[in-house]
Structure formats: C-alpha cells, structure tokens
Ligand binder design. Structure first.
Ligand SMILES: [Ca+2]
Ligand SMILES: [Ca+2]
Length: 146
C-alpha cells in the first residue's frame, strides 16, 4: 500500500488558506476571490505523501499569475482643476488633466472626453482623448475697444 499518495497544501505559506486540495485526487481549488491589484502572483506549495510506515514526501511549488478583471475606474489626480485664460488668448493647449487606472492592459486604458451636456464649454474647448490636454478651439474674439 506504499503506493497510495495523499496530498496536502503546505500550511506555512501565507497564501495556503486561499486554496483547498483534494487529499486523494490532488485537485486544487480556490477559495474566495483574488485581487490582482493587491498581489499579481500567488504561490502554493503542495506536499505529496506516500503510505509507507515511514512516509516519504515529495514537494512541489507553483505560482499562479492572476489575470486582470476591470474592477477599477479611472481616478483623476485631482477632483478639481483650475486655470485662467487671458481674454486675448490664441487657440491651443490650456491645461492637462491626468487620470490613472489601477487595472492592467486594456482595462487601464483611458480615453478623455468633455461632458457633452456642458454646451458652452464644448463650444470653446476640446480635449485630446489620449493625453487629457484641454485646448482652446479658437482664439478668443478680441474684446471691443472702448
Ligand atoms: Ca483589476
Ligand atoms: Ca479599469
């Protein structure tokens, strides 16, 4: 009967409680949810033990890379940006707004746009969808001389 093998997860690893293993089949299942943004890799060590009177063990470790889920929205560096524009300002860049996203790959790609309900600012300003630079679309009309 020395050939019968049982499996267990090495308990000393802090991530051990995140997995279950079937003692007979060795099939590993996950417990609960994982968050890629808190740790991208999770490692587990499995011990296989034979049924000898003095059991012999084998150890293997593996690392799991967590794939990303889009669970973080973009966040602006500031909640409010303020700048001034001179009344004789020519068209061109005014201010850059920057947002970041904690996810990975496409889930972290950001496209900027102006709120379409703000008609007045849509008329005067545009935004570069990739860089977040807000620019004046046209030079401001010269103020009438008194
Ligand atoms: Ca994520
Ligand atoms: Ca995201």
């Amino acid at each position: 009967m020395n050939g019968k093998v049982t499996y267990e997860i090495e308990k000393d690893f802090k991530q051990a409680q995140r997995f279950d293993i079937d003692a007979e089949s060795g099939v590993i299942t996950t417990r609960g949810r994982f968050d890629r943004e808190s740790s991208r890799y999770v490692s587990v060590t499995v011990i296989a033990k034979d049924s000898g009177i003095r059991p012999l063990i084998g150890i293997c470790s593996f690392q799991v890379e967590l794939l990303d889920e889009n669970d973080n929205p973009p966040v602006f560096e500031r909640t409010q940006y303020e700048t001034t524009v001179r009344q004789d300002r020519k068209k061109g860049p005014v201010i850059a707004v920057i947002a970041t996203d904690a996810d990975a790959g496409r889930n972290a790609e950001i496209e900027y746009s102006l709120d379409p309900s703000e008609i007045m600012s849509q008329k005067l300003f545009g935004i570069d969808k990739d860089t977040g630079w807000i620019y004046l679309k046209e030079s401001l009309p010269a103020s009438p001389r008194q």
